[in-house]
Design a protein around this ligand. Structure first.
Ligand SMILES: Nc1ncnc2c1ncn2[C@@H]1O[C@H](COP(=O)(O)OP(=O)(O)OP(=O)(O)O)[C@@H](O)[C@H]1O
Ligand SMILES: [Mg+2]
Length: 422
């Protein structure tokens, strides 16, 4: 990946998950993103990806950012913050504009996307992203990057992603309470998908399922662009709760059993394997067949994969998932997940780790850090796009001071709008 940057920039991704808050510090230059530090702190301030307790969330953000700052040796002032939850919707919209000169410029792209964005949005919702699926120049369709092409009429087909304004506002409020500035609010599932996919997979068509603690986020790429984003309101926490109830063991023990001994496919477990299950208060521990864990976990995991398949089928995109499915998020690590997903989805499945980074990669080399790394990648791309726009206008690329508060055109608009609205 190359970025249109003349100077080195610090970009921080802040992932607010249902089980933990993670801050990742990246140093970006024209060639790569170097990971300098990361901080991750357990957090109970979000339920199913949505802030439900401001105090807990603020405390976790402070701790995660402090830890990341100390490790990276930089002062953090601005973050790319993720937002998630089942309030997120996406719909298709078209924009059309006349091509100003003889060939399409980035300014034309901005205008046509602006047109596609200009649809009425309910007062309690807001637009997060306008994702270009394809462009049409005159009568030629299926164009990914029309810059430099000749023509008179430019059309863009975009996916508009909207979110509940109050949920976005709460994320911004929590971050600002920590005396940090939000450069942009980014849809977490998109960030996670971007971090684990190769360009080839995006090109050919692929599904990404980020199975976190509270939710499982589905992102579909078809025809080289993002075709769908939605949230399945079940994740690893549901598996833990099922185990706690089914085995009559405390939640903490159920979580430990799941992570150490859990398996998503009962028949992968040997007949004679046993596990020690601690009892709830007043009851001693007992040994049970490990198969029993599989019997409890499998239906829940199957339910998540079946729902993903149902959504892909309903959209008519099953055939287009030629690269299959990539599983990421913390719960994707469980034994048998890939095999179970292959059976239910009926396509090849692999485990997705964050990619496209250098430096202290080992800090974030796990599926649960996909979203946080994706947010850094998003920030790097946003700065690069802004620099290109400046260059197009004839000005030199902005040499942003290391870690000075910086403004992102799109993000600022969103945040100003929110300030005015609340
Ligand atoms: N080895 C493992 N086996 C099974 N589950 C695991 C394992 N490691 C982590 N998990 C589960 O992954 C979940 C946390 O994943 P992750 O950190 O991606 O979630 P999150 O980002 O906090 O939540 P969400 O994205 O849903 O808001 C927890 O339910 C945890 O129990
Ligand atoms: Mg997550």
């Amino acid at each position: 990946m190359r970025y249109a940057l003349n100077s080195t920039e610090i970009v921080v991704g802040l992932d607010l998950g249902s089980t933990k808050v993670t801050a990742v510090v990246g140093e970006v230059d024209a060639d790569c993103i170097r990971i300098l530090g990361a901080g991750t702190v357990p957090c109970r301030g979000l339920r199913k990806g949505v802030v439900s307790n401001i105090e807990y969330t603020v405390r976790a953000i402070r701790e995660a950012v402090d830890a990341a700052e100390n490790m990276a040796g930089v002062q953090i002032s601005t973050v790319y913050a993720g937002v998630a939850g089942s309030h997120v919707r996406s719909h298709v919209s078209d924009g059309v504009c006349a091509i100003a000169g003889r060939e399409v410029t980035r300014a034309d792209l901005e205008r046509v996307l602006e047109g596609a964005r200009a649809i009425p949005v309910d007062a309690d919702r807001m637009l997060l992203h306008a994702l270009a699926r394809e462009y049409v120049v005159d009568n030629q369709d299926g164009i990914r990057d029309p810059v430099g092409m000749s023509g008179v009429r430019l059309q863009a087909r975009v996916n508009l992603v909207t979110a509940a304004a109050s949920c976005v506002q709460n994320v911004i409020r929590c971050v600002e309470r920590c005396e940090l500035e939000v450069a942009e609010v980014v849809l977490q599932p998109l960030a996670a998908a971007d971090a684990v996919l190769s360009e080839d997979e995006k090109e050919i068509g692929v599904a990404v399922l980020d199975i976190g603690g509270g939710t499982s986020d589905l992102v579909l790429y078809a025809d080289g662009g993002i075709a769908h984003v939605s949230v399945i309101p079940a994740g690893g926490n549901n598996i833990t709760a099922d185990l706690a109830a089914g085995l009559r063991t405390p939640m903490g023990e159920a979580e430990r059993l799941k992570c150490n001994q859990g398996c998503a496919l009962g028949r992968m477990i040997g007949e004679d394997e046993e596990v020690e299950v601690p009892g709830v208060r007043g009851h001693g521990s007992r040994r049970v067949a490990r198969r029993l864990l599989g019997d409890i976990i499998e239906p829940r995991v199957e339910e998540i994969f079946a729902e993903a398949r149902r959504r892909i089928e309903e959209l008519g995109l099953l055939e287009q998932m030629a690269s299959g499915c990539v599983l990421t998020g913390g719960a994707a690590l469980m034994e048998g997940m890939v095999e179970c997903a292959e059976e239910v989805l009926g396509m090849p499945v692999r485990l997705g780790m964050p990619e496209g980074i250098d430096g202290m990669v080992q800090l974030v080399q796990a599926p649960r850090f996909a979203a946080a790394v994706g947010l850094v990648r998003y920030g790097a791309q946003a700065l690069s796009d802004a620099a290109l726009r400046e260059r197009d206008r004839g000005a030199p690329a902005p040499a942003v001071l290391r870690d000075a508060p910086r403004e992102s055109a799109r993000g600022r608009g969103l945040i100003d709008w929110l300030r005015a609205a609340f």
